[in-house]
Write a protein that binds this ligand. Structure first.
Ligand code: IMP
Ligand code: MG
Length: 181
């Protein structure tokens, strides 16, 4: 069996570009949240790499948690987002920053934002390292965005294809013969 990097046809976002984006986002997030003790909530599984990089360059008091959600009925008008791992504590009155790997159709972050606001959060903002604006199905923009990418299926830096490739340190496109669908 080959190594994951051997399956990559093209590197779309390099490690250096990712580092620069994390630094820029961190500066913006610091400006918004320093002194507010925010709860930074990563969306599992994909956000784990970006979360780890981001929180380690934030030098102010914060808390970290994770949620997981999966969507059903995709392609149908009433795609439902099921929370498969919820926050362990109430979040009423908290400033929340939702962190995800990639903003695609917009369903995940828009629904999670609504849910956390409905639970009484003081504020909910969203952050993603990658954005595919051309794929949006609902009008939604993240407050903090790393890089916009074209409508291509990508892996690495937390993003998977069939549960693999999350550990690649950059964002890449797989060789076309590997995508079976
Ligand atoms: P959406 O914005 O609700 O469509 O959700 C975006 C989620 O779909 C991301 O957090 C990823 O987990 C997944 N996703 C979307 N595009 C890709 C991709 O190109 N590669 C891997 N996962 C993707
Ligand atoms: Mg995800």
């Amino acid at each position: 069996m080959g190594s994951p990097s051997e399956d990559v046809a093209e590197i779309l976002v390099s490690e250096e570009q990712l580092r620069d984006s994390v630094q820029r986002i961190a500066a913006e997030v610091t400006e918004e949240y320093a002194g507010k003790s925010p709860l930074i909530v990563g969306v599992l599984v994909g956000a784990f790499v970006f979360m780890a990089d981001l929180v380690r360059v934030l030098d102010f008091e914060l808390e970290v948690q994770f949620m997981a959600a999966s969507s059903y009925g995709e392609g149908t008008e009433a795609g439902v987002l099921e929370i498969t791992r919820d926050l362990p504590e109430e979040i009423a009155g908290r400033h929340i920053l939702l962190v995800d790997d990639l903003l695609d159709t917009g369903h995940t972050l828009s629904r999670l934002s609504e849910l956390l606001m409905a639970r009484g959060a003081a504020s909910v903002k969203t952050c993603c390292i990658l954005d595919k604006p051309s794929r949006r199905e609902v009008p939604f923009e993240a407050d903090f965005v790393g890089l916009e990418i074209p409508d291509q299926f990508v892996v690495g830096y937390g993003l998977d294809y069939a549960h693999s490739y999350r550990n690649l340190p950059y964002v890449g496109v797989l060789r076309s013969e590997l995508y079976t669908s």
